[in-house]
Design a protein. Sequence first.
Length: 138
Amino acid sequence: MIWAVLAVVGAVVAWAVVQRRRLLVVTVHGVSMEPTYRSGDRLLVRRSRLERVRTGQVVVVQVEKAPGDPTGGRLVKRAAAVPGDPVPAHIPVADSVVPQGRLLVLGDNPARSNDSRRLGYIPAEALIGVVLRPMGER
């Protein structure tokens, strides 16, 4: 009987460790994703590779941290174009199609967003993951 209990406890601990590596919670800072997400919203994020991202999904990327940046350089943005997609006309990059290993992102509040219109392509290595859902109530 004790072995059965230990096996169940071990399985639960292993599951929790795996989920901890795959999932994280990110807090939104600023107004760039309004009205979809507001500053202070907490989001459940699944770590992901660029190949699994689809245009229109909300993603979290890591960019160079600016002094005093409360986000640590983590940006929550919407994937505007993934490799092979046409580049949206309002994003000033040289190519007409997004190259492999690159991503274009935009904020839902374009007037107040630091996104690919300023940053250009986001490299695949900068992708942290895809937002699954908000955590809690507003």
